[in-house]
Design a protein around this ligand. Structure first.
Ligand code: TTP
Length: 648
């Protein structure tokens, strides 16, 4: 349910920027021959030509809609070009679109606080920039006004037969305007400049809404698309909301909007004005009632959060109809693929942004066959997130099993691999959330000196990856406990996760570890052997860097004892386990030679600076280089870009 936020008394200038037919633009940049041609992006799926998920504006003119399938789109527009979403691991791979969105965010964030709201939209708080412009370069004094600002659509301005551009010019240059409107004018100029910059640096067009709050800016950004901007002066708010269908308002598209329609006969946002705050609160509770009362008046105190990066990472896949997964083997296979992608993404986030995800959540849509209680939903399950593909896979499977036990109740899950006739999975997704910047507080140095007590509790969430995984060892999968274990094999139980997490499992990471494992000798090993003559102190060091999943309170001594060899999933682990029993920090591969194996993925870059200077460069060298976004330069303006001709 939406919550009313305290109203912000000062006038703000907020923009909502939304990319136009975003996936299509990304594909047209990848294949420039498609520019200007009717194009749509289809989801990976052979059925009826795949589902359209983005439709270019040229194709929209032929009547192509997102709700169509490829075959249908071809009927209404035979010359349409259908581009398939890139596929990896049997599912859509959206990385190219995410990276493109990041390029845009990088530009938009230069002028004010920026909140990345989705893959292709951001909010900007331009209040400071607008105040500064108004003080230093008031619009009415400008010799030249940005052409995109001049093309702004300004709501509530009487058009009087005048050209839209002329109306905007008068509005922009009106020296008698009140302070609020003058700030919006500055906002419109800044947004016009930003949109031009986005086009020049990325080749993408976008549309924008400029208003005094997020709600109104978001409403306005979609009013004139593509490649245009719309301004909502304070004086235009009532008129705008009076006729706005209630379901078009953010957060009112679902049940709450339906209830307003059916229970109170509210069809437009303006209709809400007839209800007192008390009446709305009586129906929907204090907070939602207050929020609705505010919405009716265009009041929204929601702040633009300074957030350039996504709040969470999620990977999901649906299995509709006959494609439903009906064996544990197939569920496990898909979960493994989803987790592998998730692991890559959170690892990349950590490498690029020094951020660590703390929570792993599994959602599934599951049906029971032969059961009238079909409304019961599969419960979503969460646990602290452990870095490393295999660990995420292992935990996700445990979360699934835990959810399945609860979901099935008295039903029994069938044994692994064989077809069951009790349930089917039609959607699976894994999400990494609670993503926080690492502070490096749980540093390697602290491991030299003994473990920082702050690292032992999940409540201290800024402590970085070490803390994240240490927390796992303690609270492990607490949140996925609850079902009884009788329906599933014992090794699936969540308690098992706890016990295994608390052991030092070097190189537990299967495929990716094998690919990326480095065997290190040289200065580091020498350094540690000189610093840590005894086995136990070297355990501390390797434990902190190798950073598997030891508990904070007993970082090393616990490390190997009880390591469950039966959990091994690749050949290398046997050797590790053997050696682990004698010297946890060093791994021996059946020979006398001592080698230190580590998992590059498990290194928190923020702690490198705390390593002894003589080995910092070496450690940095192990980390993969950052990828740089490719940006192509194009000199053109937004109007030219959207000319029907392809010869630009
Ligand atoms: P939108 O911003 O909703 O739409 P759009 O950018 O394609 O077009 P518009 O100019 O009308 O804003 O979505 C952004 C991208 O998100 C879109 O290009 C494709 C993707 N998407 C999906 O994958 N599935 C969906 O159901 C929707 C709505 C979008």
């Amino acid at each position: 349910m939406p919550i009313a936020r305290r109203e912000v008394s000062d006038v703000r200038v907020i923009a909502h920027v939304d990319m136009d037919c975003f996936y299509v633009q990304v594909e047209q940049r990848r294949q420039p021959d498609l520019r200007g041609l009717p194009t749509a992006v289809v989801q990976y799926n052979a059925w009826k030509g795949g589902g359209l998920i983005a439709v270019g504006y040229e194709a929209r003119r032929f009547g192509v809609k997102r709700s169509m399938r490829g075959d249908e789109a071809k009927k209404v527009c035979p010359e349409i070009h259908l581009v398939q979403v890139p596929v990896a691991r049997g599912k859509a791979n959206l990385n190219v679109y995410r990276d493109a969105g990041s390029e845009v965010v990088g530009i938009l964030s230069q002028r004010g606080r920026c909140e990345r709201a989705s893959i292709d939209e951001v909010y900007l708080d331009l209040t400071d920039a607008a105040e500064t412009m108004l003080a230093e370069n008031p619009p009415e004094m400008l010799e030249e006004i940005n052409p995109e600002a001049l093309k702004s659509h300004v709501l509530g301005i009487d058009k009087n037969e005048k050209e839209e551009g002329e109306i905007a010019r008068q509005w922009i240059c009106n020296s008698d305007a009140d302070h609020r409107d003058k700030l919006l004018v500055c906002g419109a100029i800044i947004v016009g400049e930003l949109r031009m910059q986005v086009l020049q640096e990325t080749e993408f067009t976008c549309s924008a809404g400029i208003a005094h709050n997020k709600m109104l800016a978001k409403l306005a950004s979609g009013m004139n698309k593509p490649a245009q901007q719309t301004v909502v002066p304070f004086s235009a708010v009532n008129e705008l909301l009076a006729s706005l269908p209630i379901k078009k308002m953010k957060q009112l598209g679902g049940k709450l909007g339906s209830s307003l329609q059916s229970d109170l006969g509210v069809n437009t946002v303006g209709d809400l004005l007839q209800f007192s705050e008390e009446k709305l609160q009586g129906h929907y509770g204090i907070n939602t009632g207050k929020w609705l009362w505010n919405v009716a008046r265009g009041i929204d105190g929601d702040e633009v959060e300074g957030r350039l990066l996504p709040k969470s990472h999620g990977c999901g896949k649906t299995f509709p109809g006959p494609r439903a997964l009906k064996t544990m083997t197939s569920v496990e296979r898909w979960l493994n693929d989803l987790c592998e992608e998730l692991s890559e993404r959170i690892q990349s986030d950590m490498d690029k942004n020094n951020r660590v995800a703390h929570t792993l959540t599994l959602h599934a849509r599951v049906y029971k066959t032969n059961d009238s209680d079909s409304l019961k939903k599969f419960p979503s399950k969460s646990c602290p997130l452990r870095y490393g593909t295999m660990k995420i896979q292992e935990d996700a499977l445990k979360l699934f099993n835990s959810g399945l036990r609860e979901f099935l109740g008295s039903y029994r899950a069938e044994s692994k691999g064989t077809m069951n006739n009790k349930w089917g999975v039609t959607a699976l997704s894994v999400i990494a959330s609670k993503i926080l910047a690492t502070s490096g507080a749980c540093s390697i140095l602290k491991y030299f000196q003994g473990v920082d007590p702050s690292c032992s509790s999940e409540g201290h969430t800024n402590d970085g990856i070490i803390q994240a995984t240490l927390a796992t060892s303690h609270s492990g999968t607490e949140s996925c406990l609850g079902g009884d274990n009788t329906d599933l094999p014992k090794e699936s139980s969540c308690e098992e996760t706890n016990s295994n997490h608390s052991k030092l499992n070097l190189n537990q990471d299967g495929k990716r570890t094998n690919k990326r494992n480095n065997e290190v000798s040289g200065p580091i090993l020498r350094y540690f052997s000189t610093q840590s003559p005894s086995c136990s102190s070297s355990q501390h060091v390797s434990h902190a860097i190798i950073q598997d999943t030891g508990p904070s309170s007993t970082p090393a001594t616990d490390g190997c004892s009880g390591y469950n060899q039966s959990e091994s999933q690749n050949g290398t682990q046997q050797g590790e386990t053997r050696l682990c029993n004698s010297s946890p920090s060093l791994v021996q591969h059946g020979q006398e030679k001592q080698q230190w194996n580590f998992n590059v993925e498990d290194i928190d870059p923020s702690v490198i600076g705390e390593l002894p200077p003589e080995i910092q460069d070496e450690v940095r060298g192990w980390l993969k280089p950052l990828k740089h976004a490719k940006t192509a330069k194009r000199s053109s303006n937004i109007a030219q870009y959207f000319l029907p001709s392809r010869d630009r």
